[in-house]
Ligand binder design. Sequence first.
Ligand code: 2M8
Length: 453
Amino acid sequence: MVNRTVPPAGPGPALGTDAAGEHGRMWGVARATLDGNWAGGHTVPSRTLYPHQWSWDSAFIAIGWAHIRPDRTWSELDSLFRAQWRDGRVPHIVFNPAVAGGAYFPGPGFWSSNTVEGTPPVATSGLVQPPVHALAAWHAYRRVPSEAGRVALRRLYPRLVAQQRYLATCRDVGGAGLASIVHPWESGLDNSPAWDGPMSAVPAEAAVMRAYRRRDTVHADPAHRPTDLDYARYVTMVTAYRAGGYRDDSLADRHPFLVECPLFNAAMGASEVALAGIAEAIGVDPGPHRERAVAITEAVVTRLYDLDTGTFHPRDLRTGRLTPARTVLGLTPLILPGLPARQVETVLAEARSARFGLAARMDRPLPSHDRTATDFEPLRYWRGPSWMNITWLIRLGLLRHGHDRLAAGLRSSMIDLVAAAGCHEYFHPDTGVGLGSPAFSWTAALLLDVLAD
Ligand code: 2M8
């Protein structure tokens, strides 16, 4: 690993001059993207589409800042965790009061967090996102260790622990040691085919959206975004959760969407591994974190691994069944260092199959959904396009299990995508054309991280 606090003159001694020049140029583009999205204390994912602070975006963004402005790594996370609720949940959106309420739908008025006990002074959503924060904080610190970083870790540690505790207790609706998500937005992969089954059981009609004004379709091509029917269901689910004061008791009796997601739970387990590292660095007992990481890994395998497909699937608590789609979510438990060899082997086979095309030399980027499936949509958001954060996580998993050549394939693929298209939000999984926001923060941040390797 390279520890670097300033941009490199060239990206590394192993490269020829042309590659070094190209990587230096990309470093500059990524840096300018993050600088342009810096909102003073936090970074917006995109100035147009997402003008507030998003939870898991901030975790990935914090990793990128470590390479150019380590102070901003800690501002980013501090700003997010200042908005943590008293019950430990870290909201998926922290609204910037300086941004007009109508700039994003659903805005602060829709969520009404200020009417709920135990919420921060700033307006937030009431949902969460995959808990990649401890993982990111520990990764950023190890990239650029410093005394200021250690002080920040000490400050963040109790908050990260509270975040994990909330998920492991209040959200363990299935009672098997895994957290349930109550909304597809909590998965981060909003309209993934993984949610089609559980979503279809949510009663809603597209006409619900006549009462609201979507803002996303003003900034992005509607053909690339979730549909109005998706949004009607999203709104219905938030309305139900909000009506119960965002409480988590008896969710099984009253909430229309309850799913155990492989990525969400793998992130929870990987964050316990990271918390063990953080605990050691600040002089706290790492033992309980290690034990929880083992227990979560076992539960992910027991509950979410399908012997027939050899990959992981979300479990729909409403039906008790695994959802059938073979999406990229199924590969993400690779980030668990303790994933048993059998599961690593079959997930790798899945990743290397024509469905995902993982190779030491990738001919196309990693898609978010099985490219051989009939419902694969190369332009529509999480139903096919390639995303940098998921590719980064799977690369991390490959490195953790010693598959360095395949990890190098993903690294090159990430660099090639941005070299050709810029720091887009997502990319066409066949052509690599940039889609969505053209100046997207986590793309820039994670590019910096892989360039620095
Ligand atoms: C997307 O989700 C938001 C809702 O949270 C949206 O579509 O408006 C997803 O890609 C999510 O993973 C991401 O965190 C967010 C901001 O980049 O945008």
